[in-house]
Design a protein. Structure first.
Length: 201
């Protein structure tokens, strides 16, 4: 079976790849936030690129959320959210987040990947996942891992401070062109809702 390139990131997550970051972020955001996509008004779900997902709008807290119904026959279903312009400039922020509400009877692990134009499953992207219990709402946050300045050195530290890093999984936060939400190898027909894709920190 040929694997779509967009799905490879979620394959790596399913296999526990070390470059993903592994640890779940804190449940609560810190600092002011800017909403990038809120699915309100005349938002059209069919305008989104997706694979193995049926999309619709659902009532949520007096507004609307994006409902995703996953096809368990598809190994790596995903939804791609894109900016209204050419890119998101996340330079002033520390993370991107989206609220995930699990509307199904089974616990689901949902992943969010931020990517630069040349990004894929391994390069120029940041990925994080969170596990959501039935009827629970959790923020899924990806903390931005930026390329370190040339002068920054590791000296008595296990990792670089301030969210900086090196290697293949660093991101240029000034040129984020897509945010992909997906589930690696779903075992059930998961149903969840997304709301308020935002940047903060």
């Amino acid at each position: 079976m040929r694997i779509r390139p967009e799905c490879l990131g979620f394959l790596a997550l399913a296999l526990g790849a070390s470059w993903v970051g592994g640890q779940e972020p804190p449940a609560g955001p810190d600092g002011p936030e800017t909403v990038l996509v809120d699915f309100e008004g005349d938002f059209e779900p069919l305008s989104l690129r997706s694979w193995g997902v049926t999309l619709s709008l659902a009532p949520s807290g007096g507004g609307q959320a994006l409902r995703a119904e996953l096809d368990p026959k598809i190994p790596w279903p995903f939804i791609t959210l894109v900016p209204k312009g050419l890119y998101w400039d996340l330079s002033p922020y520390d993370y991107m987040a989206v609220d995930v509400t699990n509307r199904g009877p089974d616990t689901v692990r949902v992943c969010l990947s931020l990517e630069n134009p040349q990004g894929n499953w391994k390069y120029f992207s940041n990925i994080s996942c969170t596990t959501v219990a039935p009827q629970e709402t959790r923020p899924l946050q990806v903390f931005l891992r930026r390329k370190k300045p040339g002068w920054m050195k590791l000296s008595g530290m296990r990792s670089y401070p301030g969210g900086f890093g090196e290697g293949p999984n660093v991101l240029d936060p000034s040129d984020v062109v897509r945010a992909q939400v997906g589930v690696a190898q779903p075992k059930e027909s998961y149903v969840f809702e997304l709301d308020n894709l935002r940047a903060g920190g």
